[in-house]
Design a protein around this ligand. Structure first.
Ligand SMILES: [Zn+2]
Length: 305
């Protein structure tokens, strides 16, 4: 994709926040080139703006929270994943509460609506972060690595639960495969953990309608799984949302093992510090007029890799 993109119209979503359980609505407006993805807390005095950038991350426990001064916004990663996974570079996002609504626990409600109405090209080329040599962050048995190559993300998890155990999944980072293979994967939690979180005033909006909940041996959700490896696919969904906080699409091969929001964040910092490992790359512009309509072409079409 050569040109930057934004949403083609305003989209409004309503739901409850996962942790606070409070009703909240989100409106996504088109934005000009080089605006990036920005949130506005419309319920707070002075309507503070929070940029979707890793420098604004203030908490990564359970979800990714952005903050600036007193203002915070929680659980941004599934909405950011939908936007980034579809190739939306620029949008202004109004939220009238402390958390983005959890919807069904996946990114599909956002992604489906955004994709159905299409995206709008903007008259400014996209800049990419092109990986030139390997960068790895290892913390105990967790690691994350970027290497030069086709844009593809592989994730591996290992949970001592009969429904999960070792799961590994690879996806090509195109808008089509994101929408089909990753966006519908729901967040998951363990019943024991849910009870503990509730006792601490968290996960109050959580239910079987917006999360996969596991007891010691099986799954409590009567409808079952959407994919046999829905758990690891959701980890990819989270990683895509966290990678959106780089502000530039990454051109390279990514691998993560037993990752977390915190690891994804620390990896971005590590990557940017190793300046010889990457360079900014702007696709050559052969045609001065950006295409007006969006087609589900690969997100990375035109890549030099
Ligand atoms: Zn998640």
């Amino acid at each position: 994709m050569i040109w930057q993109k934004t949403v083609s119209q305003t989209h409004r979503f309503t739901g409850v926040g996962l942790h606070g359980g409070v009703p909240v609505s989100v409106s996504i407006f088109p934005a000009p080139a080089n605006h990036g993805l920005r949130f506005v807390r419309t319920d707070l005095p002075h309507r503070p703006t929070l940029k979707a950038h890793f420098s604004q991350v203030v908490d990564t426990v359970r979800a990714t929270t952005l903050g600036e001064g007193e203002a915070t916004l929680g659980t941004v990663e599934h909405l950011l994943s939908a936007l980034w996974g579809l190739g939306v570079d620029n949008a202004l996002i109004h939220v009238d509460g402390p958390e983005v609504p959890i919807m069904d626990g996946s990114a599909a409600p956002f992604a489906e609506r955004l994709a159905q109405s299409g995206l709008q090209s903007l008259p400014w080329p996209r800049a990419y972060l092109l990986i030139q040599r390997p960068v790895e962050l290892r913390e105990g048995d967790q690691w994350m690595r970027a290497t030069p190559g086709q844009p593809r993300l592989t994730y591996a998890i290992d949970f001592p639960h009969p429904l999960i155990r070792r799961q590994r999944f690879t996806v090509d980072l195109t808008s089509d495969s994101f929408r089909r293979e990753i966006a519908p994967a729901r967040t998951f939690g363990f019943l024991k953990e849910v009870e503990y979180l509730r006792s601490r005033g968290l996960a109050l909006g959580g239910s079987l309608d917006n999360a996969l909940v596991l007891d010691d041996t099986g799954l409590l959700n009567p409808e079952g799984l959407r994919f046999p490896e829905e758990f690891v696919r959701h980890k990819i969904l989270d990683a895509v949302g966290d990678l959106a906080l780089l502000g530039l699409p990454l051109l390279g091969r990514l691998e993560v093992s037993r990752g977390s929001h915190a690891l994804h964040q620390r990896f971005l910092t590590t990557l940017l510090r190793q300046e010889s490992a990457w360079r900014l790359w702007i696709p050559p512009v052969h045609n001065r007029e950006p295409r007006r309509s969006w087609s589900p072409a690969p997100l990375w079409a035109g890549s030099p890799a």
